[in-house]
Design a protein around this ligand. Structure first.
Ligand SMILES: [Zn+2]
Ligand SMILES: [Zn+2]
Length: 104
């Protein structure tokens, strides 16, 4: 499925490395901050976010561990809003361009 390309690993851990900026707010991450890491499986670029910054850009909902999301144009999107972005707002059908092929 299309979505699998965008399945991204992420972890939740106390970040110990200095010199990393949050990909969302671009502030430096302190050693005491809790962060999430997200690796884009298509570019293999790893981004680091503050815990509070790791939220869907559309609905502002914080994403939890194991939840599917996508990095799109430097923005974090939940699965729902990512699909809305690529497919356009539509119904729950599988969304392929099958039109009326199956009808008699
Ligand atoms: Zn941040
Ligand atoms: Zn969302």
């Amino acid at each position: 499925m299309f979505w699998n390309e965008f399945k991204i690993d992420f972890d939740f851990f106390p970040f110990r490395t200095f010199g990393t900026k949050c990909a969302k707010c671009t502030r430096w991450i302190c050693s005491s901050d809790w962060v999430r890491r997200a690796r884009d499986s298509s570019t293999l670029i790893e981004q680091v976010y503050h815990l509070a910054c790791f939220a869907c850009d559309a609905c502002k909902r914080q994403l939890s561990t194991g939840e599917e999301f996508a990095l799109f144009d430097q923005r974090v999107l939940c699965k729902t809003h990512y699909q809305e972005l690529v497919d356009g707002p539509s119904d729950e059908s599988d969304g392929k361009e099958e039109e009326d092929e199956g009808k008699l």
